[in-house]
Design a protein around this ligand. Structure first.
Ligand SMILES: Cc1cc2nc3c(=O)[nH]c(=O)nc-3n(C[C@H](O)[C@H](O)[C@H](O)COP(=O)(O)OP(=O)(O)OC[C@H]3O[C@@H](n4cnc5c(N)ncnc54)[C@H](O)[C@@H]3O)c2cc1C
Length: 408
């Protein structure tokens, strides 16, 4: 949206064929998959023709699609959701060529937040609608979100606890306003729908491949589906979460790469089979000059999984406080009572939040306790980089004092 969409294409189909020795057919869609016959039907989107292909083994990597609002007017020119580079290019063209003064962003998750910031960077007014009346509601707890909201307000971006119920258009068909469930009519010249994604499972289902409880494809730890000759990977599958073993749909690139590698090796006949060892969910965003990051379980998720969990929160500094540029850093831990095991963590601040979440990932995965973090982890100290006692250890020390049984 800020320009340079073309530079994001890292590998052309031709380069991929040359460097990897695989045949690539873009503009072709698999329209039917018949594992029992080892046959699939491919449609050329250019020639509108169909032909059969034979296969021994098949890897489903059909990804996910943007969730739709399902309201009148959603197909109007000026309504966008972002899934691929083409979507970003189409939005950019719209902003470059239409007199856009105000954009409504439906959904205050990571994508909605980034889109609102991109609009402000182009001096376009942006309003976020989110039923929770706040941003990042799935990943950052209520007491932690204030710095992000303050930074947004300073740039004139407001979050309204509303939901689009219809999109209204001009006589030309272009979007002119949204109607909300609060009966409001909000004028705008573009709408960005950022309400999450859903796995693209139709092809899998038509081939008899089972879905799991999240609605994504169920696979075993070798990425094998219930159909003997079919594996699956990426955004279309669900994966087990390390901390509690629950299946989650966690459609992000690092998981896509890990599961793709396992699926590819096993479909190619790896002996012994390559195994996927589960996911420790982690996400981060930087918008409006604030970083927000989350790793592991939220308090609600931990309790829903049966953990007797508590949350603690501290505010400390990104570097030694006196050093110019040091910024407040908020840390929240979700800790199991009794064992003191770290189950999840969130960080929010103008610097030093996102990459500290990376430190939490191996701790959460390994079942590290807050006592071990507070007393045994030698985190870096250098005044312009980090305080003598890192905020991650300060938070652990607080958890030792205030979470039942965690001080042992
Ligand atoms: C705007 C945006 C920002 C993102 N930012 C991040 C980020 O910062 N960090 C991060 O970790 N992840 C991010 N992601 C997520 C990341 O892009 C996905 O996790 C990753 O692309 C998943 O890869 P995949 O191959 O499973 O699916 P996809 O990349 O969706 O690829 C699936 C492909 O299959 C094709 N396909 C589907 N059905 C058929 C069919 N029947 N026949 C032939 N082809 C078919 C589709 O056209 C598509 O090209 C972002 C995603 C979006 C949309």
């Amino acid at each position: 949206i800020e320009g340079g969409v073309e530079a994001l294409e890292v590998l052309t189909p031709e380069e991929f064929e040359k460097s990897r020795g695989a045949t690539v057919r873009v503009q072709h869609r698999v329209v039917a998959l018949e594992p029992s016959k080892g046959r699939l039907v491919v449609e050329s989107l250019i020639h509108r023709s169909r032909h059969d292909e034979a296969f021994d083994r098949f890897i489903l990597a059909t990804g996910a699609r943007a969730r739709r609002l399902g309201v009148d007017g959603e197909a109007a020119p000026g309504v966008f959701s972002l899934r691929g580079l083409e979507d970003a290019a189409a939005l950019k063209t719209w902003l470059d060529t239409e007199p856009v003064r105000h954009v409504v962003v439906e959904g205050g998750g990571f994508e909605g937040l980034e889109m609102a910031e991109a609009m402000r960077d182009r001096a376009i007014r942006a309003t976020i609608l989110d039923t929770r009346g706040r941003v990042l509601g799935l990943d950052i707890a209520d007491p932690m979100i204030a710095p992000m909201h303050e930074a947004m307000r300073a740039r004139g971006v407001h979050v309204r606890a509303e939901q689009v119920t219809a999109i209204e258009t001009e006589a030309t068909g272009r979007v002119r306003a949204v109607r909300t469930n609060q009966g409001e009519l909000i004028g705008c010249q573009a709408v960005i729908v950022a309400i999450g994604i859903e796995p693209r499972t139709a092809l899998a289902e038509s081939a008899g491949v089972h879905l799991g409880e999240t609605g994504a494809i169920a696979v075993d730890d070798a990425m094998r589906t219930n159909v003997r000759t079919v594996w699956a990977c990426g955004d279309v599958i669900e994966v087990p979460r390390v901390v509690d073993g629950n299946a989650v749909h966690w459609p992000l690139a690092p998981i896509g790469r890990r599961t793709a590698r396992v699926a590819a090796r096993n479909a190619a006949g790896a002996r012994p089979a390559d195994r996927f060892t589960g996911v420790t969910p982690s996400v981060a965003v930087r918008a409006f000059g604030i970083e927000a990051a989350h790793a592991g379980l939220s308090l609600d998720e931990a309790r829903a999984s049966g953990f007797d969990a508590e949350a603690i929160m501290v505010q400390h500094w990104s570097r030694v406080k006196m050093v110019p540029g040091s910024k407040p850093l908020h840390v929240r831990y979700v800790v199991e009572q009794g064992s003191g095991r770290l189950l999840g963590g969130e960080l929010v601040g103008a610097e030093g939040a996102a990459l500290r979440a990376n430190v939490l990932v191996p701790w959460i995965r390994a079942g590290t306790t807050v006592r071990e973090i507070a007393e045994e982890m030698d985190l870096v100290y250098n005044p312009p980089i980090a305080p003598a006692t890192d905020p991650l250890r300060i938070a652990a020390a607080k958890a030792m004092r205030s979470v039942k049984g965690a001080g042992r």
